[in-house]
Design a binder for this molecule. Structure first.
Ligand code: HEC
Length: 143
C-alpha cells in the first residue's frame, strides 16, 4: 500500500510519515512532538564562568537601557515564544545578536532594531554576562 494513504489513517505513523512524506499536517505534529520533548528537559548548567564585575556592569547598563526583561522576563529566563537568554551558550548569544543587528537574522525585526540601538561592544558584554547566569525555573539561582 502507498505510504501516503496510510499516513491519513494510522495515527501512530504520523511522525514517521511527516519525515518520509513531508506533508504539512504531519510536519506540524512532528514539530509539536519535538517541542514537547525539549520543553520537559531541565536547562543544563553549561559551566560558563560568571562575568567579571566590569563586564557585568556594562551589560546591565545596556540591558536596563533597552529593557530586555520586559520581554525576556525578570531573570531573563524567557517564556513562550520569547527566548531564554540566561545560561545560553556565549558564542551563540554573541553570534545571533550580531546577526539580528546586521539583519542577517531577519525573523524578528523588533529585535534587530533593539540590537541597532546598542554597540557591538555592548553585545559582547551582554553575551558574556548572560552566558554566566544560571537560573533554573523551580530552583531559582543555582550560581
Ligand atoms: C519587545 C520585546 C523584546 C525585547 C525588549 C527584547 N527582546 Fe530579545 N527577543 C524577543 C523575541 C520575541 C525573541 C525571539 C525571536 C524569534 O526567534 O522569533 C527574541 C530573541 C532574542 C535572542 C535570540 C535568542 C535565541 O535563542 O535565538 C537574543 C539573544 C535576545 N533576544 C536578546 C535580547 C537582549 C539582550 C535584549 C535587550 C538588550 C532583548 N533581547 C530585548 C523579544 C524582545
Amino acid at each position: 500500500m502507498h505510504l501516503g494513504a496510510r499516513c491519513d489513517r494510522v495515527p501512530a505513523l504520523v511522525v514517521v510519515c511527516a519525515v518520509l512524506t513531508g506533508s504539512r499536517s504531519g510536519q506540524l505534529v512532528f514539530l509539536a512532538v519535538v517541542a514537547a520533548y525539549f520543553t520537559k528537559l531541565k536547562w543544563p548548567d553549561l559551566q560558563q564562568p560568571t562575568a567579571p564585575k566590569d563586564v557585568a556592569a556594562k551589560a546591565l547598563s545596556a540591558i536596563s537601557s533597552i529593557g530586555c526583561p520586559s520581554c525576556h522576563l525578570d531573570q531573563l529566563q524567557g517564556d513562550g515564544t520569547t527566548a531564554r537568554l540566561a545560561g545560553q551558550q556565549r558564542e551563540y548569544l554573541q553570534k545571533t545578536m550580531i546577526e539580528f543587528r546586521d539583519r542577517t537574522r531577519g525573523n524578528n525585526p523588533g529585535m534587530s532594531d533593539l540590537m541597532k540601538a546598542i554597540s557591538p561592544d555592548d553585545i559582547t558584554a551582554i553575551a558574556e554576562y548572560l552566558a554566566g547566569l544560571q537560573f533554573l525555573v523551580g530552583s531559582g539561582w543555582t550560581r
